[in-house]
Design a protein around this ligand. Structure first.
Ligand SMILES: *Cc1c(COP(=O)(O)O)cnc(C)c1O
Length: 354
């Protein structure tokens, strides 16, 4: 840290992304990426012609992709906001609705970026603990006096709230924005997008990083009331109007055009998830019922941190968090059936070696 850094950032604890090691080839089950390549249409969209156009700025409004998403989700273009990954949108939401001493609420065990953004923007935030079984009690987020952030399905637990519970929370907080972060919604949960027409305080955030195989392209979007979307545009135009590059815009549009391919990948991932859960349970693991492209599991026979290290040594990366409440768990991304068979085999080996 230099002596020039503004005091209010000197104690900031930055977000720590999952490892992206370059030393050897791992089976990567640690950052919830898709094991499947983008569709042929998506690959074709990132072509030489488009690359030649890199000399020109991209459309700052991403009109073509915005319209495709609006049609796909049954809303208007004015209800859709594009960003450089959904983290970008979460940053804007904290900036817009709960910065400088304004209040925000989120769970104790949830996406790690919420507390980072809350600290970055000096939000007066309250952490609401999950229940004993890691579920969210919707009542505890009802009628609070600040902006609410809920990942649904939640990370790293994978547990999902029902649409009626989400609606209860949104309805009970008319004076504050409720952000529903649906990064994993395509793996079996219910989206709140259909509530956007009904509630002006609802902002639904999604991403192309997980179900649409585009984590490396950085593309997220939000759906909400026209005025909220307008707030986000104002902040975006005040920071970086060209926040999405041309190649990503083209890839994103082709992705929506080939949605069937991505839907069938999600289906395979959900089937593989059921297989992995069953196999781990046979090995004595406790596995939460997940609606995401990962599972969250623990065992009484092996410490979470130990399993993480031992399986890394065998070439498989999973995610371990040192937070007290979940330190015996690991979050395991669902890869291809072949990768997951290797994962299960390695877990067996480790348990036998112990
Ligand atoms: C992965 C993830 C994001 C971030 O996604 P990007 O679009 O890649 O920035 C946001 N929220 C949750 C809960 C996530 O797991």
């Amino acid at each position: 840290m230099s002596k020039y850094l503004d005091e209010r950032y000197s104690s900031l604890a930055a977000y720590v992304p999952g490892e992206q090691p370059q030393d050897k080839k791992y089976i990567k089950l640690n950052t919830n990426e898709s094991p499947y390549s983008p569709s042929k249409a998506t690959l074709d969209a990132v072509n030489v012609g488009e690359t030649e156009l890199l000399r020109l700025y991209p459309d700052p409004d991403g009109k073509i992709l915005t319209k495709k998403l609006a049609d796909y989700y049954g809303v208007e273009s004015k209800n859709v906001f594009l960003a450089n990954g959904s983290d970008d949108i979460l940053n804007f939401a904290f900036m817009a609705y709960c910065a400088n001493g304004r209040k925000s609420y989120f769970a104790d065990i949830t996406y790690g970026f919420y507390s980072v953004f809350a600290n970055l923007h000096n939000s007066d935030y309250t952490v609401i603990p999950l229940e004993e079984d890691f579920s969210i009690d919707a009542e505890k987020f009802c009628g609070v006096d600040g902006c609410v952030f809920i990942a649904n399905p939640n990370a790293p637990t994978g547990l999902a709230l029902s649409l009626s519970d989400v609606e209860k929370i949104v309805k009970s907080n008319p004076h504050n924005v409720v952000v529903i972060d649906e990064a994993y919604v395509d793996f079996g949960a219910e989206s709140a997008v259909k509530l956007v027409d009904k509630y002006e305080n609802l902002l639904v955030v999604q991403t192309f990083s997980k179900s649409r195989s585009m984590a490396g392209a950085r593309l997220g979007f939000a759906i909400g009331n026209e005025e909220i979307i307008g707030d986000l545009h104002k902040l975006r135009y005040s920071t970086n109007p060209y926040n999405i590059n041309r190649l990503t815009l083209a890839a994103g549009a082709a992705t929506i055009d080939s949605q069937d391919y991505y839907d069938s990948n999600c289906k395979i991932i959900m089937e593989t998830r059921a297989f992995v859960k069953e196999e781990l349970e046979k090995l004595g693991f406790f596995v939460l019922p997940s609606k995401a492209n990962f599972i969250f599991a623990s065992s009484e026979d092996i410490d979470g941190g130990e399993l993480y290290l031992k399986i890394k040594d065998k070439g498989v990366l999973i995610r371990h968090f040192t937070t007290e409440r979940i330190k015996n768990f690991n979050r395991i991304t669902i890869g291809t059936p072949e990768e997951m068979q290797i994962f299960i085999d390695k877990v067996k080996e480790i348990l036998e070696e112990n």
